[in-house]
Design a binder for this molecule. Structure first.
Ligand code: 13P
Length: 340
């Protein structure tokens, strides 16, 4: 069982490949569709996701994170979407957390729910074809309110570790995602300190829950200033600080680190990854597990119109290709323009 888990984890971070996060919950996909003037119906959600799964861009995708609805859906021609993904050479995965809910006695903070009954749900998802899963802990920063608190950080790390152990017991590779948000006005060094604290706590909890590090993938944020911070950072600074905190906190037994994009622009997310890989000398693979940074362009190109499907597929393929180059440390702004 451990060999099986390790092999899947390694495949998820294979050279030049990354993960497509297409696991938007009902509320989030509605928000994305509202922005492009598309009604969020079950059929529209299926059509949109199907177009990505049938794009050339899948050449650069090792795995796709799905939402409960999608893992059960069939393509227009009746083929299960899971089979479409497998045929494209990617591994189907599933979001299993039940979302971040207000945490008692921690005003302004959340705890991610979804542990109750998880063992049973994982068994069902395995039977539906999922070989990896995702759970996202949300860590906000508000230095004026002493957020994050020890209470919330510890509880979220503990839940991540409980989830990861349940996954591995079900032969499913856990993506462990402690996301430090970039929404605030904090500076880059505050992001560094909070991320360091979060990662140290998460790996301590993973140890106590006996999680096998070789059979998991870490999905962290990069070290960036808050969006509202007056001082923004260069690509070189983001890359240097992100690699430094990861080296300080992530054991080398972990096969790979697949970043979230977290609200960065498409090109920033690509440039940051590329700069980190170019630094070299890393003990784990670095790649992408982007949602917005892979999907913003195809969503806009599609806009819900069947006649735009080919254009949307090309937009997705371009973004995935650029991120693949970044994961190999071979991206450049010229490459971006050349291929566009
Ligand atoms: P973003 O890349 O849009 O942050 O989404 C990745 C993800 O899966 C967040 O949980």
């Amino acid at each position: 069982m451990t060999a099986e888990l390790d092999a899947i984890a390694q495949k998820m971070v294979a050279d030049g490949k990354g993960i497509l996060a297409a696991d938007e919950s009902g509320g989030t996909i509605k928000k994305r569709f509202d922005a492009i003037g598309v009604e969020s119906t079950e059929e529209n959600r299926r059509d949109y996701r199907e177009l990505m799964f049938r794009s050339q861009g899948m050449d650069y995708i090792s795995g796709v994170i799905l939402y409960d609805e999608t893992i059960r859906q069939k393509a227009k021609d009746g083929t299960p979407l899971v089979s479409v993904i497998e045929k494209a050479g990617a591994i189907p995965g599933i979001k299993v957390d039940a979302g971040a809910k207000p945490q008692p006695f921690c005003p302004g903070e959340t705890i991610t729910e979804g542990l109750d009954g998880l063992a049973g749900r994982l068994k069902e998802y395995y039977d539906l074809g999922a070989r990896f899963a995702k759970w996202r802990a949300v860590i906000d920063i508000d230095t004026t309110k002493h957020i994050p608190s020890y209470t919330s950080l510890r509880a979220n790390a503990h839940a991540l570790a409980r989830y990861a152990a349940l996954c591995q017991e079900a032969k499913i590779v856990p993506i462990v995602e402690p996301e430090v948000l970039m929404d605030g006005a904090h500076d880059i060094d505050t992001c560094y300190r909070v991320t360091e604290w979060a990662l140290k706590t998460v790996f301590e909890e993973l140890y106590y829950q006996r999680v096998r590090l070789e059979g998991m993938v870490l999905k962290p944020n990069m070290i960036v200033p808050g969006k509202k911070s007056p001082v923004q950072a260069s690509v070189a600074e983001v890359a240097e600080k992100t690699v430094r905190v990861l080296k300080a906190c992530v054991p080398t037994a972990v096969p790979g680190i697949a970043f979230l994009s977290g609200g960065q622009s498409d090109e920033d997310a690509t440039a940051h990854l590329d700069a980190m890989v170019k630094l070299g000398g890393l003990p784990w693979k670095l790649t992408y597990s982007y949602g917005r940074a892979l999907q913003a362009a195809p969503q806009k190109a599609w806009s819900g119109k069947p006649e735009n499907v080919a254009k949307a597929q090309a937009a997705f393929a371009h973004r995935a290709h650029m991120n693949s180059l970044a994961a190999l440390g071979k991206w450049s702004a010229e490459e971006e323009r050349k291929a566009a």
